[in-house]
Each structure stands twice: as structure tokens, then as C-alpha cells.
Design a protein around this ligand. Structure first.
Ligand SMILES: Cc1cc2nc3c(=O)[nH]c(=O)nc-3n(C[C@H](O)[C@H](O)[C@H](O)COP(=O)(O)OP(=O)(O)OC[C@H]3O[C@@H](n4cnc5c(N)ncnc54)[C@H](O)[C@@H]3O)c2cc1C
Length: 489
């Protein structure tokens, strides 16, 4: 997120100076590391939680349309940076079909209805639906092998899906920004310990975690701060003492995977196959069997399973969660827990899961899965937002930009849909903190060069959608078409 904001600011304010403080020895070792997240380019092609049932019946696909448009913005931005040579290659993104999988007659009815609604929109017009065992076996052989003839399932498929190595992308963005004459200074092994507002500036206190000799602590002054510390954002926001932070608390949930080390199976599966979350389970626990590209190597993952640790960062402290509890968020946290008992029960169930039970969950997807081919791995930490609303604590599963009224500090809480929509989230940070410049003709012109659909609605302009898609796909190597003239034309 920080790298995306820095990349945007470089284009908008070429004379600006940027400093990024990173507590670990290298950037992108927390949630953005490829092994710590699912690497899905979330475009709402397959995630069934983006199309919830409406209370009175019917499906609501508005969130899916929003997320699809946000992902298109990311693709446009990466494509513009690639064309400008700011990204040296596009190996961080690979084409992988996105599938949704359901079981039983009820599942089929749901998916058919969903498909009918979605294909009417240009964004999802290329989505296919099938109940045919032969066709499904072509789409996802490992899922169909070893099934009984009477098994009832259905799937949708969007060929134009992606897997994104967000760690690789982050490193590439930062390499361009820190190159000679680049605007960014990146200080690794430097942990931010506190923030104070003095004389119209933020004083950012830091301490060194590096082993090399050098100053052990210090303070930097800056007119603007973005807190993009992943799970570490909430504690920093609290330390900044801003009024906007008082309504927030956090709840950590970790992701765990089964990783396949049988290269034959890895080669035979080429898809991200998303199922439905269990009743009571949080949406981010939707099981999926995924082709991944991690550090340039193809792999196969199943999960996520939920884990629990009181750490807010994978490499954080066990005291992170208890230390974040304040008088202002303690009661809301308890209320959020009581209001989500099915989630609490689900998490307890997940924690006590054995490897055999995880394999059973995998076998619902892939009946022929053998224990020897899969090992258990721990992924990243997500800190879910607990927000005080109308005097009650409410669990919010999305992301939220928090900005001070004077626009001098912004922070990002939460982690879903996450890195895929980093560009639209960072554009929101700019809008909240630099409202005047966002509407200035200079910034608008630069933004249109970076994100040609900026300020327009891709969901109501099929011609624009087609144009930006063709351009991004060709530039990022997602299609074999030659790169068409500028997407902004
Ligand atoms: C299990 C799991 C699966 C996911 N799957 C997907 C997916 O499929 N698709 C998707 O788009 N998103 C996914 N996400 C979400 C995505 O990973 C995150 O939204 C994204 O990586 C967050 O980026 P970030 O820069 O905000 O945080 P991070 O990548 O965590 O970076 C924050 C950085 O801040 C540093 N830091 C923390 N505290 C301090 C401090 N005090 N001082 C200095 N530095 C500090 C950390 O060391 C870290 O390097 C998933 C997340 C998880 C956990």
C-alpha cells in the first residue's frame, strides 16, 4: 500500500521527497509477501461473498461490480508504470482462470441465478456456467477426478483471471522509486514508535532494529504521514492520539494453507477455484484451490484455514492485541464478539483442527488428495476492524481509510479485498488528504495518464471498459494481442 501511494505521488508531485520506514530488514515480508496471501487478483470473478443474498430475496451484485472496477484501476496503473519503465517487467502478474464451485441442487440454483445476473454486465459478460461433468473436468481436472457420477456440482469460469505476486510487485515498485534520482528513501530495520503533532508538522519517532552500527533512535519531521503498516497500523494510529482513532479496535486472524509439493499435481491444475464459506465462517475463509506463482515458480495451494495469534503482524509481538485494548474499544470489542458468536465458534473449531481434518476439507474439493502430497503452512495476519457504531462495537471485514480532518495523516485499516484494490484505496487517501489538488487540472491530467478510466464509471461505459482492458492486458502480457494505442485516447 505504501509503495503504491509513493508510486502515485512520484507522478503527481515529481519534486516531492518521500521517506518510507520499514521495521523489517526488507520490504514486503508481511502480508504482501506472496507466501502470506492468496495472490488472487480480486476482480469479483469468483469470490461468492461479493454477491450476497439480499434480506428480502435476490442477489446483490453491486459489490462485485465495484471491486471489478477497482481491480481494473490497478491493472491500468500497473500498465502505465510498465509503459513508463517504472516497472521493469510484468512477471508479478499471470493469467489464471477464476472459477466458482458449488455443490448440491441449492448450490446450483444459487450459482445459476448469480451467473444470469452477472453476465448481463459487460464486466462479467465472458463468464461461463456449466453443470456438465465433462466440461467441468476440462476446467478443473483435479476437482473432478475420483467423483461419483451422482455428485451434483456446478461452476462458473472467467478465463481472464489473474494471480498476482504482490511481494514481487512491491519490490519492483520500490526499486524504481529508490533508484538514483528517485524520490524515495527507504530505511529498513527502522521501526516507528510514536507520532506527535507539533507546530503544524508530524514528529515521527523511530528506533533502529538493525544490527549494523548507527543511530539507535531519532525523530523525523514531515507535513504528511501515511500509516501503511498492515496489521501494525492500528497501534500507530492509537499512538498518534488522533480523535478519529478512538472508535477503532482490531481482532487478529491468521491465514493457514495446505501447500502441494507434488509437481505433477501442480502442473495439472491451472485455475483459482473458489467455493462457498461454511455457515458462520467469515467470508475470507472461503476455501479455494489455487494455482499460484510465487517468486516465479508455479505452485498449488488450498485454504485458507483460520488460525489465531494475538500478534498483529506475522513478525509482531504476542502483546500486540492486548496492548491495543483501551477503555474506548474494550466494550465494543466484547460486543463485536457477542454479536458474532458463530464466527467465534468457527474460529475455535478451526484452531482445534488436525491435519487430517484439513485434508478432509481439501478432499471435498479434490477427492483424490493424498496426505503425502500436502504440507501445512502458516500465512499472513489480518487485523479485522472493530468499529464503534451507534454506541455498539461492530466487526467490519473490509478495509477502511482513516484520515484526520486536516488531511495531514491517513491510515489504512483492515485487509480485504486488499492488495488487488491498492490503487483505488490510495486514490481515496489522496482524495481525503489532498482534496483541492485532486480536482486541479494538473493532477487530473496526470491521473488520466495513469488510470485512463479515472473519474468515469467503467460499469456504465462498455466501450471504455473494453478499451482499458485491451490495453492493460496487452501491456502486462495477459493477452497475446499487440499493445493498442493509449488507453486514454
Ligand atoms: C491470508 C491472507 C490472504 C490474502 N489474500 C489476498 C488475495 O488473495 N488478494 C489480495 O488482493 N489481497 C489478499 N490479502 C490482503 C493483502 O495481503 C493485504 O491487503 C496487503 O498485502 C496489505 O499491504 P500493506 O502494505 O497494507 O501491508 P503489509 O504488506 O503487511 O506491509 C506493512 C509493512 O509495515 C511494516 N510495519 C509494521 N509496523 C511498523 C512500524 N511500527 N514501523 C515500521 N514499519 C512497520 C511491516 O513490517 C510491513 O512490511 C490477503 C491477506 C492475508 C493475510
Amino acid at each position: 500500500m505504501g509503495a503504491t501511494l509513493a508510486a502515485l505521488l512520484r507522478e503527481l508531485e515529481p519534486d516531492g521527497r518521500l521517506l518510507m520506514l520499514e521495521r523489517l530488514g526488507e520490504p514486503a515480508l508481511e502480508s504482501s509477501a506472496a507466501v502470506n496471501n492468496a495472490g488472487t487478483g480480486h476482480a469479483a470473478n469468483c469470490e461468492l461473498n461479493y454477491t450476497p443474498e439480499r434480506p428480502g430475496g435476490g442477489l446483490d451484485i453491486s459489490k462485485a461490480l465495484r471491486i471489478n472496477a477497482a481491480f481494473e484501476q490497478s491493472l491500468q496503473f500497473w500498465s502505465a508504470l510498465r509503459e513508463r519503465g517504472r516497472l521493469t517487467d510484468s512477471t508479478f502478474i499471470r493469467p489464471v482462470p477464476h472459477l466458482s464451485l458449488v455443490f448440491g441442487e441449492e448450490g446450483r440454483t444459487f450459482l445459476r441465478r448469480r451467473h444470469q445476473l452477472m453476465v448481463e454486465h459487460p464486466a462479467f459478460a465472458a463468464m461461463d456456467y456449466s453443470e456438465d461433468a465433462g466440461e467441468l473436468a476440462g476446467w478443473m481436472p483435479l476437482v473432478m477426478e475420483g467423483r461419483r457420477e451422482q455428485d451434483c456440482l456446478a461452476a462458473t469460469r472467467v478465463e481472464r483471471g489473474t494471480d498476482v505476486d504482490f511481494g514481487r510487485l512491491t519490490r519492483q515498485l520500490l526499486a524504481g522509486l529508490t533508484a538514483p534520482h528517485g524520490p524515495l528513501e527507504l530505511a529498513c530495520g527502522v521501526e516507528v514508535t510514536g507520532l506527535q503533532r507539533r507546530g503544524g508538522l508530524w514528529q515521527v519517532a523511530w528506533r533502529s532494529r538493525a544490527e549494523e552500527p548507527g543511530p539507535e533512535q531519532g525523530v523525523v519531521e514531515t507535513p504528511f504521514v501515511f500509516l501503511g503498516a498492515g496489521g501494525g497500523t492500528l497501534p500507530l494510529l492509537q499512538r498518534a492520539g488522533v480523535a478519529e482513532a478512538r472508535v477503532y479496535g482490531g481482532f487478529p486472524v491468521s491465514g493457514e494453507w495446505l501447500v502441494c509439493h507434488n509437481t505433477d499435481l501442480v502442473e495439472r491444475h491451472r485455475a483459482k477455484v473458489y467455493g462457498r464459506a461454511e455457515v458462520g465462517a467469515p467470508p475470507m475463509s472461503m476455501p479455494h484451490l489455487d494455482t499460484r506463482w510465487i517468486d516465479g515458480r508455479r505452485s498449488l495451494l488450498f485454504g485458507p484455514f483460520a488460525g489465531f495469534s494475538t500478534r498483529f503482524l506475522r513478525q509482531g509481538s504476542l502483546l500486540d492485541w492486548p496492548r491495543s485494548l483501551r477503555l474506548t474499544n474494550l466494550l465494543p470489542t466484547v460486543q463485536a464478539g457477542l454479536g458474532n458468536l458463530s464466527l467465534v465458534r468457527y474460529l475455535i473449531g478451526q484452531l482445534s483442527q488436525s491435519q487430517e481434518q484439513r485434508l478432509e476439507a481439501l478432499r471435498r474439493f479434490m477427492p483424490g488428495a493424498r496426505a503425502d502430497d500436502w504440507r501445512h503452512a502458516v500465512g499472513g495476519q489480518r487485523v479485522q476492524i472493530i468499529r464503534q457504531e451507534g454506541g455498539r462495537g461492530v466487526l467490519r471485514l473490509g478495509t477502511e481509510v482513516v484520515a484526520t480532518a486536516d488531511g495531514s495523516l491517513a491510515a489504512l485499516l483492515g485487509a480485504s479485498p486488499g492488495a488487488s484494490t491498492a490503487v483505488s484505496i490510495m486514490l481515496e487517501v489522496l482524495k481525503r488528504c489532498w482534496a483541492d489538488r485532486m480536482v486541479s487540472s494538473r493532477w487530473r491530467e496526470v491521473l488520466l495518464g495513469l488510470v485512463p478510466s479515472h473519474g468515469q464509471d467503467l460499469n456504465t461505459d462498455a466501450v471504455l471498459l473494453d478499451r482499458v482492458r485491451r490495453h492493460s492486458d496487452a501491456t502486462l502480457g495477459l493477452s497475446r494481442e499487440p499493445v493498442p494505442p493509449g488507453a486514454a485516447s
